[in-house]
Design a protein around this ligand. Structure first.
Ligand code: MEV
Length: 327
């Protein structure tokens, strides 16, 4: 019977503290219940393959050279997988399958989830001992090599799961909570360029320090208040803080017409709060909903943009070896 190594890792979203975190203010982010799953097994061929029905592509890989031959589709995410293969695989032939139930470009950290799941599956396949600390670091190194610059937050949250509070000192503090509310992530096809948007805020801050510094400072205070509100599961307060944070993000110039459209569509259709998540300048929003209106909010945004419904999840990377059913 063929042995299969399977590993999965979640996407993440930022709830509070984007941009202010760049200036050492605290932030809150969390793993969501949408995941990347990587399955590996020994191949009967003398080459390695990678297939993803969810992303609609199939390739033959040369893991030694880090190249591939396309059989079908567009394998955008493959650079992360090939980089991980170069570092953590012995180049024997394997067949690999990737399933992804979080959309690429939705701001949910799909590349980090794919990278964490790939490395975990490879380590497991090779019987290599690993822990979450080393895995998060290895995945961050892959992201940095592929992207040039990468936030360690994505790979950390994807590895550990749960909600984390990122302190002023850049310490990751997981915190226990019972936040079970439904959220809608809305995203546009206009991607934000994080580097460019971060630079824009920096210029504003340099030009108007007396005005902008207090805004950044207030964003930090909001994240601290939010931590307490989340611990108490005080949804009304979490909602107020998200909406307040949105006003401040808007004042920093990171909002766009499309993001605003999604935010107000969500609010007009019953979302209790709605704000940009991630860098803005294109990209994604996050809306806090109620169980009885989450579908309505998603449908309303879907008229012009796209959505995915999520909840925060305690699960980080999960690894298991299983045998396929007898055929
Ligand atoms: C981007 O996802 C979040 C920012 O705060 C940038 C960063 O923290 O690296 C805008």
């Amino acid at each position: 019977m063929k042995k299969i190594s399977v590993a999965s890792a979640p996407g993440k979203t930022i709830l509070f503290g984007e941009h202010s975190v760049v200036y050492d203010e605290p932030a809150i982010a969390g793993a969501v219940n949408k995941r990347a799953t990587v399955s590996l097994c020994k191949s009967h061929n003398n080459y390695s393959t990678l297939k993803s029905n969810d992303l609609g592509f199939e390739v033959i890989m040369d893991t030694r050279r880090g190249t591939y031959t396309l059989k079908r589709g567009k394998p955008g995410i493959i650079r992360y997988i090939l980089n991980a293969m170069g570092k953590f695989h012995d180049h024997t032939s394997i067949d690999m399958d990737l399933s992804l139930n979080l959309p690429i470009g939705s701001g949910l950290g799909s590349s980090a989830a794919v990278t964490v799941a790939t490395i975990a599956a490879l380590h497991h396949y090779h019987g290599v001992d690993f822990n979450k600390e080393t895995l998060a670091k290895e995945a961050h190194a892959v992201e940095e090599e592929v992207q040039g610059i990468a936030s360690p937050l994505d790979t950390l949250v994807s590895t550990y799961g749960g909600l984390v509070y990122l302190s002023r000192e850049k310490r990751i503090v997981p915190f226990d909570n019972n936040l079970d509310a439904p959220f809608v992530i809305g995203y546009t096809s206009k991607y934000g360029n994080t580097g460019k948007v971060v630079k824009k805020v920096k210029t504003l801050k340099n030009n108007y320090p007396e005005l902008v510094n207090p805004i950044i400072d207030t964003m930090g205070k909001i994240a601290n208040e939010a931590r307490v509100a989340i611990l108490k599961n005080d949804i009304d307060k979490i909602a107020d803080l998200m909406n307040l944070n949105q006003g401040l993000l808007d004042s920093l110039g990171v909002n766009t017409y499309e993001l605003s459209r999604m935010i107000y569509t969500a609010r007009d259709n019953g979302a209790v709060a709605s704000k940009i998540t991630g860098s803005g300048g294109g990209g994604s929003i996050i809306s806090l909903c109620r169980e009885d209106n989450v579908d309505e909010v998603a449908e309303a945004i879907n008229v012009e943009d796209r959505t995915i419904k999520v909840k925060f999840s305690k699960d980080g990377v999960l690894v298991n070896r299983k045998s396929p059913p007898l055929s």
